[in-house]
Design a protein around this ligand. Structure first.
Ligand SMILES: [Cu+2]
Length: 180
């Protein structure tokens, strides 16, 4: 079943331009995985999607990998006073028979140490690791740099520095969503 799924994905990517899509695995549905184009000197990117469980079992997204970045972490945004900060989390719970949304301003899959800029209308091959479902291969579509802001309201102040970045020797001020 997984092999059929992979074959279908490969066929799709070979025949269709990069576009919004839904990826099915045996236990999970991953809807519209997407990311944002990055500036040439930007070393991080973020991938967003909706993940639903297909059967009565809850699952948990716990990690991932991609050939396009040195490492992949699961992050959340939290409000610290009036400043929004990103934090690495152990995982994202996907409820039984339900879904979780990874979106700007909330949970996201963080790509750290991008090997090349992410260009609009390309795809990022991404392996997601789930506690129960194991690994699921998906491809995230890269949209424009400013695509889909976190909300319609005024943006909170963003602190794009990562806890984890301090240990990676990355310069301050680098972060996704920033174009400097
Ligand atoms: Cu992040």
């Amino acid at each position: 079943m997984i092999k059929t799924f992979l074959a279908a994905v490969i066929l799709l990517t070979a025949t269709l331009p990069a576009t919004a899509h839904v990826e099915e695995s045996e236990h999970l549905t991953i809807s519209y995985p997407w990311s944002r184009a990055t500036a040439p000197n930007q070393k991080v990117g973020a991938v967003f999607m909706e993940i639903s469980t297909k059967d009565g079992k809850a699952d948990r997204l716990i990690g991932g990998s991609t050939p396009d970045a040195e490492k992949v972490e699961i992050h959340n945004h939290i409000m610290d006073g009036d400043v929004m900060r990103m934090r690495r989390v152990d995982g994202v719970e996907i409820p039984a028979g339900g879904s979780v949304m990874l979106a700007p301003g909330g949970y996201h899959v963080m790509l750290i140490g991008l090997k090349a800029p992410l260009f609009e209308e390309t795809v990022i091959p991404l392996t997601l690791i789930f506690e129960n479902a194991g690994t699921v291969e998906i491809e995230a579509v890269v949209e424009a740099a400013g695509a889909r802001a976190a909300s319609g309201g005024p943006m909170p102040k963003m602190d794009m520095k990562h806890e984890s970045m301090k240990n990676d020797g990355m310069k301050q001020g680098e972060g996704h969503g920033m174009s400097k």
